[in-house]
Design a protein around this ligand. Structure first.
Ligand SMILES: Nc1ncnc2c1ncn2[C@@H]1O[C@H](COP(=O)(O)OP(=O)(O)O)[C@@H](O)[C@H]1O
Ligand SMILES: [Mg+2]
Length: 225
């Protein structure tokens, strides 16, 4: 049980009173890299939002990083989020401050104290995404791929047990996309971080084969790869 980071049993997932996925049972294990595929509108983002507590579980059982989704109280959502890292298609960096201040800001917002400790952690995550040299750059001085690596560094700050990535290569060219997927694969291996990676980028999936789940017809299918 301790090795399971995401567990769904007969879960119903959707918006308001509208189920998008029904009768969903699946497990994701620590350190496991999983692609989540499916056509636009098939429910990938809806599933991920439910996992990070932005949508309530509509039925069945669900656990993420030890939190029970069916009894998840609003005030515990920040505690759940602290165990997760999230990366989206849009990088959402703060445009008015440099890379390292973007990262320091998140640590301060999650109750880290002490400038030395904060800057040390910022340096660590920048090294993990190979951006040590760019800490003083402003976001607008960076390429799309570099900005996404900053966003990944930001997701790593609190040493997440699960990285949730919702089409993180959607705005990137093929070469940069491959670089991002390679980086996330390495993180999964090195730090035993599970990764749930929604994409419809076949190129990326062919470059780095892993487990594949497909959202289709209101269900999630395990696709052999
Ligand atoms: N905020 C929302 N309120 C109601 N329905 C939504 C909302 N967001 C998405 N949906 C619907 O949920 C379904 C799944 O969408 P989504 O999870 O975004 O799919 P995907 O990420 O696979 O493209 C779609 O039919 C979409 O119209
Ligand atoms: Mg989506």
């Amino acid at each position: 049980m301790d090795n399971v980071i995401v567990m769904l049993r007969e879960a119903v997932i959707g918006h308001q009173k509208m189920p998008i996925l029904e009768g969903i049972s699946l497990s994701v294990f620590r350190g496991e890299f999983t692609y989540l595929i499916g056509k636009t509108g098939s429910g990938k983002s809806t599933l991920l939002k439910t996992l990070y507590g932005a949508l309530p579980l509509m039925g069945g059982k669900g656990q993420v990083a030890g939190f029970d989704l069916s009894s998840l109280h609003r005030k515990n959502i920040p505690l759940l989020r602290r165990k997760l890292g999230m990366v989206f298609q849009d990088f959402n960096l703060l445009t008015d401050r440099n890379v390292q201040d973007n990262l320091a800001f998140v640590l301060q917002a999650t109750d880290w104290k002490g400038k030395t400790k904060i800057m040390h952690r910022v340096a660590e995550v920048l090294e993990q995404v190979n951006l040590s040299a760019l800490g003083h750059k402003m976001p607008y001085e960076l390429s799309g791929g570099e900005q996404q690596r900053v966003a990944i560094a930001r997701a790593l700050l609190n040493k997440p047990e699960l990285l949730i990535a919702d089409e993180p290569t959607g705005n990137l060219d093929p070469e940069t996309s491959t670089e991002i997927i390679r980086l996330m694969r390495n993180l999964a291996v090195e730090y035993n971080t599970a990764v749930l990676f929604a994409t419809h980028d076949k190129l990326v999936m062919d470059a780095f084969p892993a487990r594949v789940l497909e959202c289709r017809d209101k269900k999630i299918w395990e696709i052999s790869n």
